[in-house]
Design a protein around this ligand. Structure first.
Ligand SMILES: CC(C)(COP(=O)(O)OP(=O)(O)OC[C@H]1O[C@@H](n2cnc3c(N)ncnc32)[C@H](O)[C@@H]1OP(=O)(O)O)[C@@H](O)C(=O)NCCC(=O)NCCS
Length: 212
């Protein structure tokens, strides 16, 4: 895969990737909350467009057969047998890369010290366990370090994130936004990190989610 910054025309495909990756975790008739999170983050002052990355499939012949998660874009889709453009395969066009994974970081703080909150990270289900998540994580952490950020916090499985240098936040003296998150709330110190203490706070859209 290739990793690059999100572009405006990726938004519908990012939505589809996030919806598919997180499908089945909540009520079946509801869009996963992470879809709403991405859209709220884009409108938030804490949004950092330079750290919103997509993984794209560089193959020219890639056909996306579940594009849109119920929403056609009206430009590249064409009706299939049942006449519903939402179920038609979508062929990639020049300006229309196939997004297979997504990661975003937004502004977060610990006691007034700026850092990053990571999330969501999502990979299309049929492309999981092929290194896409790893590629996105290495890219976003490298970029964050390169622009002088000092730490990244996230809520996730320690067994997955340990390989990227994340540690339970409490080992670094940083408290989770919710103490019940325990070791699942993790911090990755970057080059500019200096010891700090206090409670981590994500950008506002995270706080309206039932993440614990
Ligand atoms: C988690 C996710 C982003 C990983 O992306 P991916 O492209 O499948 O991951 P990679 O191919 O880079 O790495 C795969 C490895 O991660 C492990 N892994 C994947 N999800 C994991 C999880 N939730 N907990 C622990 N390990 C996990 C796999 O076991 C695999 O390890 P192995 O190679 O030793 O078998 C992806 O599975 C996904 O989108 N899941 C649904 C959404 C989600 O849970 N996002 C993260 C929320 S914090």
């Amino acid at each position: 895969v290739l990793i690059r910054r999100e572009r405006a025309q990726d938004a519908v495909r990012i939505r589809a990737v996030v919806a598919a990756a997180f499908a089945g975790r909540g009520p079946l008739d509801r869009l996963p909350m992470e879809v709403t999170l991405v859209e709220s983050l884009r409108a938030d002052p804490g949004w950092l467009p330079q750290l919103s990355l997509v993984a794209i499939d560089p193959r020219d012949d890639f056909i996306d057969d579940d594009f849109g998660y119920g929403e056609g874009d009206g430009e590249t889709s064409s009706a299939d047998d049942d006449g519903d453009p939402r179920r038609a395969p979508v062929r990639r066009t020049h300006d229309d890369d196939m997004v297979v994974g997504y990661v975003a970081c937004s502004r977060a703080y610990v006691d007034g010290h700026p850092g990053l909150g990571l999330g969501p990270l999502a990979v299309r289900p049929e492309r999981q366990r092929q290194g896409v998540g790893q590629a996105l994580m290495h890219a976003v952490l490298g970029m964050a370090d390169g622009v002088g950020e000092s730490f990244v916090g996230l809520l996730g499985s320690p067994s997955y994130y340990r390989r990227f240098g994340f540690r339970p936040s409490i080992e670094l003296g940083i408290e989770a936004p919710d103490p019940s998150w325990g070791a699942s709330f993790q911090i990755r110190p970057l080059g500019a990190f200096r010891p700090i203490t206090g409670v981590f706070s994500f950008a506002t859209p995270f706080t309206s989610l039932p993440m614990a």
